[in-house]
Design a protein around this ligand. Structure first.
Ligand SMILES: Cc1cc2nc3c(=O)[nH]c(=O)nc-3n(C[C@H](O)[C@H](O)[C@H](O)COP(=O)(O)O)c2cc1C
Length: 160
């Protein structure tokens, strides 16, 4: 039942992001495709995260997060930040170029195509996930590269 639901939901194509935060001075990030922009006035975005993920705990603790939208050259980065065996903290960012976001100081991946720097505004538990609504404090486009896409459990790229 749940695997059929997963494969049905996976027909919906999405972009791919890395959701990040800094808690107790340590950066942390995870791959997320549940990102959506929600409101213009005020500026709000949404991510839906598994309530048992390390990232969820850390965002609740820090009260802020950043979302970097990945480019088509970042498939390995997306796999890495989804790998449950990766270390946590600064070690998980070794080999990844990043800078602290202007407001939250959460890692923004420099090879991404855009970012949103957010304060945690509201959190709604929905089943095994929690919807985190972020009030956007800073944002920018970093590059005009095409986005990385994800559909039917596979990474793909835009075709012209
Ligand atoms: C393309 C892709 C998209 C993902 N999107 C989400 C998501 O939206 N929410 C979520 O909770 N997990 C998502 N995941 C799974 C997490 O990245 C994975 O469970 C991660 O290891 C959690 O890390 P953490 O426990 O350190 O927070 C996604 C994985 C992939 C490959």
């Amino acid at each position: 039942m749940s695997s059929r639901f997963r494969s049905t939901a996976a027909t919906f194509p999405t972009g791919v992001t890395v959701l990040s935060t800094v808690s107790d001075g340590e950066p942390h990030g995870m791959t997320v495709n549940s990102f959506a922009s929600i409101s213009i006035d005020p500026l709000l975005v949404l991510v839906s995260v598994n309530s048992s993920s390390r990232t969820y705990e850390r965002i609740v603790q820090s009260g802020s997060f950043a979302v970097t939208v990945l480019s088509d050259g970042q498939q390995e980065v997306a796999r890495w930040f989804a790998n449950s065996q990766r270390p946590s903290g600064a070690d998980s960012f070794a080999g990844v170029s990043w800078k602290p976001a202007p407001h939250s100081r959460s890692p923004v991946l420099l090879d991404g195509i855009s970012y949103f720097d957010c304060e945690l505004d509201q959190a709604y538990t929905a089943g095994d996930h929690t919807m985190l609504i972020g009030a956007v404090r800073a944002y920018d486009v970093l590059s005009d590269r095409p986005p990385l896409l994800f559909v039917r459990s596979r990474f793909t790229e835009l075709r012209k």
